[in-house]
Each structure stands twice: as C-alpha cells, then as structure tokens.
Design a binder for this molecule. Structure first.
Ligand code: HEC
Length: 164
C-alpha cells in the first residue's frame, strides 16, 4: 500500500499531464477545425460549393418548395381536391435551381438532380391523384414528396466557395 502511494505521488503529476495535454490539444483542434470547415463536427452531409448568388437561388427554390407543400396540405385538409390538383401541378412545373441558373447545372451532383426529379415527379403524381378524386393517393404522394425533401437534406449542405 505504502509502495503504491509513493508510486502515485511520484508519477501522478506526470500522468495527469499526459492525459491533460492531449485532451486540451484535441479540444483546441476540434474547436478550431469545425468553424474552418463551416460545419459541426458530427455533420456528415456532403458540401456542395456554391457562390453567394447560387446559394440564394437554391434557398429561394427551397422556400418555394415549403410554400408549395403547405398550399397542397391546406387544400387537402379542407377536402378540396381540385385546389390540390392546381397547387400540386404548379409546384411540379416550378423550375428547379439548375433551370434557373445555368452555372448550377455543373455544380449540383447527379444524386442531387435525381432526388430533385423525385420531388417534381411526386408533385405531378399528387396532382393526378387529386384530379382522379383519390384523396388517399394524394396523401401517399405527400409522404413520397416529403421523403425526397428529407433524403436530400440528409445528404447535402451548401457551402460558400470563398469559405474554407
Ligand atoms: C436535391 C436536394 C434537396 C431537395 C430535394 C430538397 N431540398 Fe431543401 N435544401 C437543400 C439544401 C442543400 C439546403 C441547404 C441546407 C444547408 O446548407 O444546411 C436546403 C434548405 C431548405 C430550406 C431552408 C431555406 C432557407 O432559406 O434557409 C427549406 C425551407 C427547404 N430546404 C425546404 C425543402 C422542402 C419542403 C423540400 C421538398 C418539397 C426540399 N427542401 C427538398 C436541398 C434539398
């Protein structure tokens, strides 16, 4: 027992330092590197590098997406299928980011374009279901549609080209 406490008295400061130094270094690195990369350390989404103008266009389309979904849900909640058909058709025909700004065509990765097409396709299918008077079909397409929003949001984030 006495032997062990002499051992601790002798080595404890060194041991504490050996733990403390890497902990602080790692903490400092995490603190420094997270803002450098413009994201939280546990953010695994792929960064799509865009200019400020391109980001503004993408986010504008996104906000329009949310407005469109809300318009459809509102009409669906009132049982107004003709209004659902009109709102969903308008959403399907709204041009996406790459159609609005040519430079985005080369920047948005194929997976992005793929999920974007799913959003348009489900808005079109939703409109068709409403036109057929199939309320349950509209609800199904609303779920398909928002699943596409969710899957892209889980995959990608935007980052400014001039940020590191
Ligand atoms: C193909 C990819 C993709 C699809 C599909 C998509 N989004 Fe987005 N959305 C994004 C990205 C990327 C951002 C920016 C996230 C970031 O940088 O942190 C975003 C941001 C947003 C924002 C925030 C806008 C702002 O001004 O900050 C809203 C709202 C939004 N999306 C709604 C939707 C809705 C609703 C749908 C489905 C109807 C949808 N999005 C489908 C990729 C997508």
């Amino acid at each position: 027992m006495a032997g062990r406490s002499r051992f601790l008295r002798h080595y404890a400061p060194g041991l504490a330092l050996a733990v403390w130094v890497p902990t602080v270094a790692l903490g400092a690195w995490a603190w420094w590197s997270a803002p450098q990369r413009g994201r939280e350390p546990d953010d695994t989404r792929r960064a799509v590098r865009v200019t400020a103008e391109e980001r503004a266009v993408v986010l504008e389309v996104m906000r329009a997406n949310l407005v469109a979904i809300q318009a459809v849900l509102d009409a669906q909640a009132s049982g107004d299928l003709p209004a659902v058909a009109v709102a969903a058709r308008a959403a399907a025909d709204t041009p996406g980011p790459a159609a609005r700004l040519g430079s985005l065509k080369h920047k948005l990765p194929p997976e992005w374009r793929e999920v974007g097409k799913q959003v348009d396709a489900s808005f079109a299918a939703m409109s068709e279901q409403a036109r057929l008077g199939n309320s349950a079909g509209v609800t199904r397409e609303l779920a398909n549609n928002t699943a596409a929003c969710v899957s892209c949001h889980a995959m990608f984030r935007l980052t400014l080209e001039d940020a590191r």
